[in-house]
Design a protein around this ligand. Structure first.
Ligand code: SF4
Length: 221
């Protein structure tokens, strides 16, 4: 039988309570000093860990701290600075085009608006939501690979498409928790509900999770 929306909302609140208790210091792990730096760091985090991004951004932002300065950078120099984050050719082209567009169309500032953000070169809905929620405190529900995987395991959704999941979760989670939901799920996905080997035996969500594995099954994995 399909779980009602109301049931999911109640179950989600219990899950959130547990996650808040378990990860009291949960936050965006990308280091930044401005909305522009967060935008660039988030673009760099595609197919790369936040840890790796945090290793390259101090040097990158030493050279190019703002959109106005980065707009004058050569794509080759940007590529050299972000090489270790992977896909550096497309990332550097996007960073350059994005900085130029910000300068030409937004006076060098990052717009606090979803529609304007997704029109920037290299900026998708996920990146836009990270910037809105973290830099501008505008509630945005970021759906990354951890959120897709764990929302499915928790049976909050059976969708695989990030935008459809975002819209479904918006109905299940109160707006005030949208930003923290993503941070908490990412922490849980890194610490316990890891992709290849969910540690269900030590999971604080086990009693609310329909995908919980019995202990014997975990040992065999
Ligand atoms: S019980 Fe297992 S599958 Fe469910 S959230 Fe926890 S670790 Fe993941």
């Amino acid at each position: 039988m399909r779980e009602s929306l109301n049931n999911k909302r109640v179950r989600m609140q219990l899950i959130l309570d547990r996650l808040y208790e378990t990860y009291p210091n949960s936050h965006c792990s990308l280091e930044h000093r401005s909305p522009f730096q967060l935008l660039i760091s988030t673009m760099l985090s595609a197919q790369c860990t936040d840890e790796r991004v945090n290793k390259v951004t101090p040097e990158l932002f030493k050279f190019y701290p703002t959109a106005a300065v980065m707009a004058g950078a050569s794509v080759e120099h940007l590529a050299e600075l972000v090489r270790s984050t992977g896909f550096f050719n497309s990332k550097s082209r996007n960073m350059s085009a994005c900085a130029i567009t910000l300068l030409e169309e937004h006076g060098g500032e990052v717009p606090a608006d979803l529609d304007a953000l997704v029109k920037l070169p290299g900026v998708g809905r996920k990146t836009a939501n990270v910037v809105l929620s973290t830099a501008f405190q505008i509630p945005g529900l970021v759906v990354d690979t951890h959120v897709i995987r764990i929302s499915n395991l928790l049976r909050m959704t059976d969708e695989k498409d990030a935008v459809k999941i975002e819209l479904e979760l918006q109905k299940i989670i109160d707006r005030e928790h949208w930003v923290m939901f993503t941070h908490l799920i990412i922490d849980h996905g890194r610490a316990v509900c890891v992709a290849r080997r969910p540690q269900c035996h030590e999971c604080v969500l086990a009693e609310y999770c329909p995908s919980v594995l019995p202990e014997e099954a975990i040992k065999k994995k």
